[in-house]
Design a protein around this ligand. Structure first.
Ligand SMILES: [Zn+2]
Length: 473
């Protein structure tokens, strides 16, 4: 890491070690399951994932998507219909070839993603233009035989996956869907306090079978980027391979235009990495599994402190806030430590003074800021603290992302773990040369477009295409 990052803490000095320890110590997952790349979702981690899913579900339901659940197993012949898709996934697929004592006539595979499970059925579902658009999604586990080193939430062989699949009568309809997906991503990013770059991938880095892919890249503490979501324009690539057609208003049979939007449990990994600190996790209040922890500090009158704490808990619960009480026999110091490690956004400390004066001590996890709040204002104060935290956490992450983006005019300026911005001629051979020279990836061009006039950073050709270059996780 560069000089700038000195004294920033363990997370920046040795990210991998910090990350690997923290996910276990905070109880987000259990890595002791005896299959490599497959972890156990613990109650605390699963609650976090469910909260993220709740927000995702709300956003996609609001935009007219419907939830489905397809079978896990896909027949080999369905999988093999779209050539680029097979080529992209064949090294990562798990096969089921036996059932009981018998070899299966048709081998089955565990879905690595569900295009090939869904698309043969889409043609049966779609008769006429009146059935379009079709907008469905599912939240399921998928399997990919990952050969690189696995990492909790970020690179797993079995992982939790959100996938939306849509069919449209026209290309414009599909393009509008991509716009809508990016709006959903934007809303979700506010909930998880995670700014990102929406970049159209290079042709050699797009999703297998896609016409183009928009990746949502977040900045990790290493200075590298992590793809959090992929939004894909398929045009008619899959609908031709799977013969998905509809009858238009004039009675003509046409292939549908398709898109997908995929996100995975990586979101959890990114939240841990971006917001965590040396004391542990820091969760944005709107998705935190436990939003408030009450810590009774008991020296004298135990009964009084506990009753008062229960009373406060009930008041918060009535407002729909997730709150618990740490009434263990641990010393206050270890209770604070545990609440910090778990990333609980707000702590309410209650001792006999607080009971006497009808107040609580409110502590914010992200800043450590402490203040006294009177009993009657607690709900209001907790809610306004949540709002402030959501905003501050987003803005801090956004500032960090902006600080890591560096404009360059020569490839020799690339000497740190940053996100570099430069002109590119759009020639694949030249792009791959840039990747070879720098040991980094071309992430892509801004989806929103970006005024640019200049030269390709490698060959000097005039260009109006701007790209982002970085190392990736
Ligand atoms: Zn060039």
């Amino acid at each position: 890491m560069g000089k700038k990052d000195e004294n920033k803490g363990k997370k920046y000095e040795d990210f991998n070690q910090w990350y690997n320890e923290i996910v276990e110590e905070a109880g987000l997952c259990d890595k002791r399951y005896p299959v490599k790349g497959m972890n156990i979702w613990t109650p605390y981690g699963w609650r976090l994932m469910q909260n993220i899913d709740r927000e995702t579900r709300r956003l996609v339901n609001e935009t007219g998507h419907q939830e489905v659940k397809f079978p896990l197993l896909v027949p080999q012949k369905e999988f093999e219909k779209e050539a680029d898709h097979i080529a992209g996934f064949e090294d990562e697929v798990y096969w089921v070839t036996r059932a009981g004592r018998n070899e299966l006539d048709i081998p089955l595979l565990l879905r690595p993603t569900s295009e090939t499970a869904m698309y043969p059925v889409f043609d049966l579902w779609l008769r006429s233009h009146a059935d379009l658009p079709l907008k469905i999604y599912q939240m399921v586990n998928v399997f990919r035989y990952e050969t690189k080193q696995t990492k909790a939430f970020m690179r797993m062989r079995e992982f939790h996956f959100f996938e939306a699949h849509t069919c449209h009568a026209t290309e414009e309809g599909a393009e509008a869907q991509i716009e809508e997906d990016l709006e959903i991503m934007e809303e979700l990013s506010k909930k998880i306090c995670m700014p990102y770059l929406a970049l159209v991938r290079t042709d050699w880095d797009k999703f297998p079978g896609a016409e183009y892919t928009v990746g949502a890249d977040a900045l990790m503490p290493t200075g590298r980027t992590l793809q959090m979501a992929g939004i894909h324009q398929y045009k008619t690539n899959f609908s031709k391979a799977y013969d998905i057609t509809f009858e238009d208003e004039d009675g003509n049979h046409k292939n549908v235009h398709q898109t997908t939007y995929g996100m995975a449990e990586r979101l959890v990994g990114a939240i841990v990495a971006i917001h965590g600190d040396d004391k542990g996790l820091v969760f944005p209040p709107e998705i935190a599994p436990i939003q408030v922890r009450i810590i009774p500090i008991i020296y004298g009158d135990e009964e009084k402190v506990l009753t008062y704490s229960e009373d406060i808990k009930k008041g918060l619960e009535k407002e729909g806030i997730d709150v618990d009480i740490d009434d263990s026999d641990e010393r206050p110091g270890s209770k604070f430590y545990d609440a910090e490690m778990k990333g609980i956004p707000v702590r309410l400390d209650i001792g006999s003074d607080e009971v006497e004066e009808e107040k609580v001590t409110l502590v914010r996890r992200d800043t450590g800021e402490k203040r006294t709040v009177s009993k009657e204002d607690i709900v209001e104060e907790v809610e306004s603290t949540f709002k402030k935290m959501q905003k501050d956490m987003y803005e801090r992450a956004e500032e960090e992302l902006e600080n890591y983006i560096v404009e360059i005019e020569d490839l020799s300026e690339i000497d740190e773990e940053k996100i570099y911005r430069a002109g590119w001629c759009e020639e694949e051979s030249c792009g791959k040369e840039i990747e070879d020279i720098t040991g980094r990836d071309i992430l892509g061009t801004p989806y929103e477009g970006k005024e640019f006039e200049g030269e390709c950073i490698n060959c000097g050709e005039k260009t109006d295409t701007l790209v982002y270059i970085s190392k990736t996780h």
